[in-house]
Design a protein around this ligand. Structure first.
Ligand code: C2O
Ligand code: CU
Ligand code: CU
Length: 493
């Protein structure tokens, strides 16, 4: 059982009763501590254990083509530090949430139960599901409530997705307390199926010295929350014993609230083979680093080559323009890769063609989205407003209207001073070009994405189609910005 492994990794201490009252208090409204809470030391969590696999959500349907399961969100106490257990909120008691693995074409039926002290939803990030099944903030599941999510995942939707809460206002808190899980749609025929696969879900943890998950402070609200821990499969700096064959296929999720991951793996070869919404047309070889903005996923092939011994997967410094008096970015290790068992460095070439991504075609309509920041002096203190097209999110307002099945060109501009990752629900898009410093660079290859980063001053042009009528959210995926209203609504008619 995953929870047991998780506990074993971090030491075992008695599990105390739940304290929902505390949870409610700690997560309520505008409780920004003036002085940041004292955090646990970075070595307070053990490192160096063998990496855990993600546990799978059991399919209880005996019927081919139908994936049926139940999922609950509930508080769970985990003894991380001696003294007081840490209350997480988890799907099925598991950190990260259980892996949902289906095959393209499958019908998915998930009976969800909310055992949290507040309303929630389950959003299927990146998946082409109808709006009324997509966990929009308009469809809250109240505490103690249940709901059935049901959708069909069409052939062609194979890719690397995830699920997380999306209630009105409380998404940041629910995700940073632990609610997020991986969702893989497998292809019926996968050109890379023979390569051993590794799933790495990276999340953030900001842990108080008292063992509680720390609330957001003013810097977190402004820049997006970054704790002292970046965990991989809920472990601090685990060790990954590399496959004997010398080659692995990795799927990596950046499930953190706001942390950018500029991944480098000195001493190993990296080939990019897939993005959020599935495989590329051709492998992109010779990558030296990969930037994963919050919510983005990649599929890569990692090769040991001549490497022996151990190397670190490092998150190198990336300056995303944080404001205020925050420490300078520095590199840190996410995990240790152990090549000790590798038997051969020689590999047969990867398939030259991985799949086909057709150009979406000539756009019939255009949209423009502008991200901006505005200083606000309301209430005496300084705070920052995060805006989309000059406005804060309003659930009663439709910001843009699209026609179903019509190809559109979206121009997204970041007029703010920090990076903001743009995400839209319900579909995968194709980036056409990125314009920065007066220079437009066409995208070097076609890829399916649902999240794209924008540097300050950058404009990105994408093509997309929505295949269902209804309301879709689009927003910055730094969750504190989304929570503060950097989100809009698209109505598809
Ligand atoms: Cu991830 Cu709106 O979502
Ligand atoms: Cu989403
Ligand atoms: Cu943002």
């Amino acid at each position: 059982m995953k929870r047991r492994t998780f506990l074993a990794t971090l030491g075992s201490l008695p599990v105390l009763g739940l304290n929902a009252g505390w949870a409610r208090a700690a997560t309520g409204g505008n409780m920004l501590p003036a002085v940041a809470v004292k955090l646990a030391a970075v070595d307070a969590l053990g490192a160096g254990a063998a990496i855990n696999d993600l546990i799978k959500l059991a399919n209880t349907s005996g019927q081919p083509g139908l994936f049926r399961a139940s999922l609950s969100a509930a508080p769970v106490n985990v003894p991380l530090l001696s003294g007081a257990p840490t209350e997480f909120w988890a799907y099925n008691g598991s950190l990260p949430g259980p892996l949902i693995e289906v095959i393209e074409g499958d019908t998915v039926e998930i009976l969800f139960e909310n055992r949290l002290p507040q309303a929630t939803t389950v959003h299927w990030h990146g998946l082409p599901v109808p709006p009324e099944q997509d966990g929009n903030p308009h469809d809250p599941v109240p505490p103690g409530g249940k709901r059935l999510y049901r959708f069909v995942l069409p052939v062609g939707s194979a890719g690397t997705y995830w699920y997380h809460p999306h209630p009105h206002g409380d998404t940041p808190v629910q995700v940073y307390r632990g609610l997020a899980g991986a969702f893989i749609v497998r292809a019926r025929s996968d050109p890379l199926r023979d390569i051993p696969e590794r799933l790495l879900m990276i999340s953030d943890l900001k842990l108080g010295a008292d063992g509680r998950i720390a609330p957001n402070d003013a810097d977190d609200e402004m820049n997006g929350r970054e704790g002292q821990f970046a965990l991989v499969n809920a472990q601090r700096q685990p060790v990954l014993l590399f496959d004997r064959s010398g080659r692995e296929r990795w799927r990596i999720w950046n499930a953190s609230s706001a942390r950018y991951l500029r991944l480098v793996l000195p001493g190993a070869g990296i080939t990019l083979v897939g993005t959020d919404g599935g495989l590329l047309e051709r492998p992109v070889t010779g990558m030296t680093e990969l930037l994963l903005a919050p919510a983005q996923r990649v599929e890569i092939i990692v090769e040991a080559g001549a490497s022996k011994g151990r190397v670190e997967l490092v998150a190198a410094p990336y300056n995303r323009g944080k404001m205020g008096d925050v420490p300078a970015e520095k590199a840190f290790s996410l995990l240790t890769l152990d090549f000790g068992k590798v038997e051969s460095g020689a590999q047969k070439p990867l398939p030259a063609r991985l799949g086909r991504i057709d150009d979406l075609g000539r756009p019939k309509a255009k949209k423009r989205v502008v991200f901006s920041e505005q200083m606000s002096m309301a209430g005496g203190g300084h705070s920052m407003k995060f805006l989309v097209n000059g406005k804060q999110f309003d659930m009663k307002r439709i910001d843009l209207v699209s026609r179903v099945n019509q190809v559109e060109l979206w121009q997204i501009a970041n007029e703010a001073d920090m990076d903001h990752p743009f995400h839209i629900h319900g579909t995968q898009f194709q980036v056409i070009e990125r314009e920065f410093d007066g220079k437009a660079t066409p995208e070097p290859y076609r890829a399916w994405r649902d999240t794209v980063n924008l540097r300050p001053g950058e404009t990105v042009r994408i093509k997309l189609v929505q295949r269902f009528k209804g309301v879709r959210m689009f927003h910055c995926h730094i969750l504190e910005h989304e929570g503060a209203g950097m989100m809009g609504q698209l109505k598809v008619v």
